[in-house]
Unconditional design. Structure first.
Length: 137
């Protein structure tokens, strides 16, 4: 296999209808998480939160990448930096959450600051949010 580069290999995934470029972007984002994403991932990984299995930088619906996603519960967790405070980005985020809900994905959002300074509250809110969705089904 001399001269064969990793990118030359066919990408095989369980969810094969996900565009290759979206998969590449998700992989790149997993390799370079923000500090807040890295912090929250340490708390969520390995079924640390109520035995729920979360994935990070998970492609979904053919065109979105979720910061964290639990397929068991249909919950997505987004960690937002300062850019999400501007009006245009906020409107985009709301529309994105609405579209994701049409796919059965419910989104909860936290700021970077909340993840850094109130991590136990963040986890409690995720549990409450997820349980409220489960109760509604």
């Amino acid at each position: 296999m001399a001269g064969l580069k990793r990118d030359d290999c066919k990408i095989t995934t369980v969810d094969s209808h996900v565009p290759v470029e979206l998969l590449r972007n998700a992989r790149a984002m997993r390799k370079n998480p923000t500090k807040a994403e890295k912090t929250l991932w340490k708390l969520l990984r390995n079924r640390n939160l109520d035995q729920w299995k979360f994935r990070r930088q998970n492609p979904i619906a053919g065109f979105y990448i979720l910061d964290f996603y639990c397929p068991e519960t249909g919950v997505a967790i987004e960690v937002d930096g300062d850019v999400h405070q501007n009006i245009e980005q906020h409107a985009y985020d709301e529309n994105r959450s609405k579209t994701l809900s049409e796919y059965g994905v419910q989104v909860i959002r936290f700021t970077n600051d909340e993840v850094f300074t109130k991590s136990s509250e963040v986890l409690d809110r995720i549990i409450d949010f997820t349980n409220s969705i489960q109760d509604g089904k």
